[in-house]
Design a protein. Sequence first.
Length: 416
Amino acid sequence: MNQTLTELIGEQGELTHLLNLTNHRHLSKLTSMANHLLARGLDLYRLKQLEQELILHQALAAKMAVKLAISKLYLKECRPNTLISVVFAMYKEHNRMLSPQQHPHGEAFIQRKFEQLEWLCQDNPKVRWRLILVDDGCPHNSGGQALEQLDALPGTPPIEVVFLHDAIKQKRGPAANLSSTHDSQKGGSIAHGLWHAAQYPHQGDHFIAYTDADLSTHLGQLGLLVENLHRHDNLIACGSRREPTSVVVKQGVRNHRGKLFIYLWKRMLPQLDSIIDTQCGFKMLRSGCIDELTRQMVEKRFAFDIELLLRLALNQPDRIGKVAVGWIDSDALSTTAELSPYLSMLKSVVALYRHYLPAHPVSDQFAALIDKMDEDQWERLVAALGPIFDGVEISRLCSTELMSAVQLAQKAGTAA
């Protein structure tokens, strides 16, 4: 083992096996480790070598630190006057927005995201950043609370809070297709946030990302997405938790449900055969393609990612990229966990299949199965197949029909 790798692994301490991106001390350690790598003068080639070598090691913090260092170096290669905008939605985020001292599950995510963006872009005159927070009709006034928190940040940070209900009233962009904020469960607010960000007058490269409100994905990795768009001429760069160099910590049965979800939607949307992780909340688009992609979207809920990718795949299939990212589950106050969205997302995929694609006999069978399924039957299917699917290679899960719709119907206890 070379000296750099040995020292990097040794530097982790307790973060070798445990890494919490909501913990300020852990975040500071990651930043320190990434800065040490950059201070060594390692180029991108050597850092990418390190990333490959770390696959064989249990080294959570080391793997994340290398990704952060690579990301920051990638941004050094940007053209002058590059702008990175980041969008996320806030629905019932009033507690997670607080500090850990104010609430047991507080993440202080506005402060943390600000710090991560500042670190990524500091000492880089080529790149500026903006952060756009979208209140998705939150009943607890997350948007108003966010406005109050902005006053506590140093200077005048480029952070904006927008309200979906205002956009609906003014019939602005994709929000013109909504009658109220109740029509949106994340999808409507992200589509509006992307569109809103793209209206910013800017001469130069403008890359617009969307992420989750929580801290599962460190924004210091944005340079990885920029590189994919810039170097490979893609229109969308998708963060993926399913690649060899991805760094992932998941909790509970979400992985069971996730694999079953992938298996089922793959039976209906073969146009997205190269994409496995559609739901990773870390994607970036070129600003110029956003108006067309978000115009007349069908899906306003949690399957909006899939519709964005499908719309692009039907027109420019070779311009969707995948990027291995680090993702550490922040599940304590997850609104998606509360809403249990997997079955509803599958029903949305059925609607997308029927809206965009010609009928296919096998796809029709899976669509009919999902149409009939209720939550109890879905949970029965998860319990029966989740542990089995966990042992199947993801590539085989995507490409092979392991069980027919009739067999799945029997497992779920519903008629085929």
